[in-house]
Design a protein around this ligand. Structure first.
Ligand SMILES: [Zn+2]
Length: 342
């Protein structure tokens, strides 16, 4: 009898094992095999597509499209270089060099002053007390000038107006460049295979010869008021980004102070977005040098130029301002040279 019951137990165990094994096997068949097949098929598709792409971009058909639009692409790339120059306008305003030092934290493990370690040697970061940081957020322009050595005089005002003029042109240029690239791509939409346009648009853009354009706003300088507690364990900060809007506010702020001190110089116009639009409108959105207008070229970047440059004593008045296309303004060169804030 004993032998029989052991046999029953053994056969039960075997039955359970067989059931589990067949269950696992069926799961494997039902789920994994189709997955593996799908993966294999998609891998084949991807490889075939890559080979197709490789030969398409080398084909005469594509090379012909590229050569047809070459000059428009070159124009876009040149405009992009120009925009990059405009963006770097601010770098020319140098600040004081206070020199660098090294902060060594010798604290024991649990007392590491984490926040102090974030200390950066950046002249656009001002380390200050909590109250200065809070007050700066209430009166940004006042504190920006005071703690970053921006003097409220005519030359400082002119510097920031030039930066605003360049930044405003850069912002508009980015938009026009985007539109221009889009319209070029639209013009070849029917010549390039749909599949390639759908899955490899970036590659098409690259292969057509467009350089990598940076449409971000990261070039706007940022000034930071940084508070770090004495213990080095807590901190907060206030950032002022000198974007178009804040640059205009800063210019109005500086202008009020300059006006207060020197009423004659304060009478001139300010290089604001409103004035820029007014001059373009007066000149019928037409370049005063080569006469090209936005009706000749839809995405034409027009800029505002000082007829007598600021560096040669020219002033921002409507009579001394003219509309130039970016190409004429670029060749005119001799942009005003910046000195220190002072
Ligand atoms: Zn022109």
């Amino acid at each position: 009898m004993k032998g029989n019951s052991a046999l029953v137990k053994l056969s039960i165990i075997i039955m359970i094992l067989v059931t589990v094994a067949s269950f696992v096997l069926s799961v494997f068949i039902v789920l994994l095999i189709p997955l593996a097949i799908t993966a294999l098929i998609s891998a084949i598709f991807v490889s075939v597509y890559q080979i197709y792409c490789y030969y398409y971009f080398k084909s005469n058909k594509f090379l012909l499209i590229r050569s047809t639009i070459q000059k428009y692409v070159d124009n876009c790339n040149e405009l992009n270089n120009h925009i990059n120059d405009l963006k770097s306008s601010y770098i020319n305003i140098s600040s004081y060099d206070y020199g660098n030092g090294e902060l060594n934290d010798k604290s024991k493990f649990n007392f590491k002053r984490k926040e102090w370690q974030k200390n950066t040697h950046n002249h656009q970061v001002h380390y200050c007390s909590a109250s200065i940081c809070k007050n700066a957020s209430n009166q940004p322009m006042k504190y920006l000038c005071k703690y970053f050595n921006i003097t409220s005089d005519e030359s400082s005002l002119i510097n920031f107006e030039s930066v605003l003029n360049d930044f405003a042109a850069a912002q508009q240029g980015k938009e026009l460049l985007w539109n221009e690239r889009d319209s070029i791509l639209n013009s070849i939409r029917n010549s390039v295979p749909r599949l390639i346009l759908k899955f490899s648009k970036d590659k098409v853009i690259r292969k057509l010869g467009f350089e990598a354009y940076d449409f971000s706003d990261l070039y706007f300088p940022v000034y930071t008021f940084q508070y770090v507690s004495a213990g080095g364990n807590s901190s907060f900060k206030f950032d002022i980004q000198l974007n178009i809007e804040n640059l205009e506010t800063l210019i109005f702020y500086l202008n009020d102070l300059v006006k207060f001190r020197n009423s004659i110089k304060g009478q001139r116009a300010l290089m604001t977005s409103e004035l820029r639009e007014k001059i373009k409108n007066r000149d019928n959105y037409c370049c005063k040098k080569c006469s090209i207008s936005i009706s000749d070229e839809k995405n034409l970047l027009l800029e505002i130029d000082h007829i007598i440059p600021l560096s040669k004593g020219g002033v921002t008045t409507e009579e001394n301002l003219q509309t130039l296309c970016w190409r004429c303004n670029r060749t005119k060169g001799s942009k005003m040279e910046f000195s220190n804030f002072n």
